[in-house]
Design a protein around this ligand. Structure first.
Ligand code: SAH
Length: 225
């Protein structure tokens, strides 16, 4: 089925998308591949039609169930933190994403990794994400309705883990499910103000680097229906 909204604002308004990319560049995003991907992913398809005209603003927007689609700047920052400066010999074959939301971050990341395993605790959001990714032809992502606090044990280890919601402290199982040389990109801290960290595994040592102050929705333990 062809989504008629494909013909709407997003496909025709190249200028609106260019403006978003220029804004991200001005804010320091310098990875051309990621900027190009953000230009090409139709963000208006991921939000309610009523918000479509705001889809190319560099802001988070509500997607229902008290959750938001991440701000494009943050999606770019996290994607780059995950895919850049990999240690020699490490390739991102398997990436775990915690907090699929509407699937926008998944869509932006998809071309840069071999396979994404993405988990979401709110079932209707996961169903929406599946539809969005199918409509865009993203076919290297497996989505699952589960509590990401515990990762995705049967698919571990992961060379990369991207967590899109903030715990007060890093869940130990996410560290355990990291491959040697792998990295976890995660906001950590209390409600409303956290630090985005990149934690790299070297054997049983974990090195943490602070990337940026951020504000994410909390990582909630347990499931929704
Ligand atoms: N990056 C997403 C937005 C993520 S918002 C996008 O582009 O749309 C964070 C998401 O994390 C929310 O959908 C929330 O339901 C989910 N979440 C919070 N705690 C979780 C948990 N324990 N397991 C799985 N998902 C969780």
């Amino acid at each position: 089925m062809i989504d008629t909204r494909m013909n709407g604002i997003g496909m025709t308004s190249a200028r609106t998308r260019d403006r978003l990319v220029e804004r991200l560049r001005a804010e320091g995003i310098a990875h051309e591949g990621v900027l190009e991907r953000i230009r090409n992913v139709p963000r208006h398809l991921f939000v309610d039609e009523a918000l479509g005209s705001r889809a190319y603003e560099n802001t988070a927007l509500p997607i229902g169930y008290g959750q938001t689609i991440s701000q494009p700047y943050i999606v770019a920052l996290m994607t780059i933190a995950l895919i850049s400066d990999l240690p020699p010999g490490v390739t991102l074959q398997k990436v775990l994403e915690v907090g699929t939301g509407c699937g926008y971050q998944t869509a932006v990341l998809a071309p840069f990794v071999q396979h994404i395993y993405s988990v979401e605790r709110i079932h209707p959001l996961l169903e929406k994400a599946k539809q969005h990714l199918r409509a865009l032809g993203v076919n290297n992502a497996s989505l699952r309705h589960t509590d990401g606090w515990h990762g995705w044990r049967s698919q571990a280890p992961f060379q990369g883990i991207l967590c899109a919601a903030a715990p007060a402290e890093v869940p130990p199982e996410l560290l355990e499910q990291l491959d040697d040389g792998g990295r976890l990109v995660i906001p950590v801290g209390g409600r409303g103000r956290q630090h985005l960290l990149r934690i790299t595994r070297d054997g049983n040592e974990f090195r943490s680097r602070e990337l940026s102050p951020v504000s994410f929705v909390p990582l909630v333990e347990g499931m929704e229906s």
